[in-house]
Design a protein around this ligand. Sequence first.
Ligand SMILES: C[S@@+](CC[C@H](N)C(=O)[O-])C[C@H]1O[C@@H](n2cnc3c(N)ncnc32)[C@H](O)[C@@H]1O
Length: 266
Amino acid sequence: MADPFQNVDAAGPEFIKAFADAMDVRQSDPTMERIVAAYLGRLEFPPDSLTVEIGAGAGAVSRRIAAHAAPAQVTGFEPSEGFVAEARARAADHANLSFEQADGTALPLEDGAAQNVILHTVLTHVTDPGALLTEAARILRPGGRLVVGDVDFSKATFANAPNDPLDVCAREFARSYVTDAHLVGKLRSLIAATGLELEHFGMDSRVVTTPDQMRPWVEFTTRDMVTAGLIGEDMARALMAEHDRRAEAGTLYGYQAFATAVARKT
Ligand SMILES: C[S@@+](CC[C@H](N)C(=O)[O-])C[C@H]1O[C@@H](n2cnc3c(N)ncnc32)[C@H](O)[C@@H]1O
């Protein structure tokens, strides 16, 4: 199956609602909150400035950015009409935040319009990450900054033992919900090609041990494997039961390596 994040509207309203909720849950994770707070701390938000999130989804990260940036303006651009509708509904109480439907390769902004541009778990879902980075560099003002935060999905795992059967769900996610699981390894050279100056490149470990964070992904991937005919219903139920057993026993373990790159336009 092709990565549904390449064309979210084609994936349908059930997908949009489920992943809008999943992105909100992910942003509520203390590790993710720490990662976002750390990169926001590297940026400047003059009161009359604009910060842009490209690929804003349903706005989980945009809302966090807007809370930090206020009174400066934040705009989330997102190609999916369904996600834009969700994002607007979920951000009603943020006066400095708006959302517009646009592809990250063609943003309706003048050159140099933005103080900051943020791409949070977007570049792993596109076929031409260089095109989004070139557009990000175009809309940045001199002295402005780009943040790219993304998961090294090639290293993501649910395993806490050799040949752990639950790990198949992590590998299925990287295969079916990600376009380039190795994007993070290419990130520094992709940013260098835009002419922006890399100020920071670092990795954080994100360890997921709670059922609210991990269960949706086990559920999505087991259901997809049944639909694809890879496993039967009994195996899907067994994987869910194993997830629930570990949640009960306190042995759930999901691991992600999360990259943050910050680059400045000179
Ligand atoms: C995993 S979601 C992340 C959403 C949001 N940044 C967050 O972290 O909550 C990936 C997003 O990238 C968007 N996307 C995919 N292709 C894109 C493109 N060419 N330009 C801009 N966004 C794109 C998808 O529509 C989706 O909303």
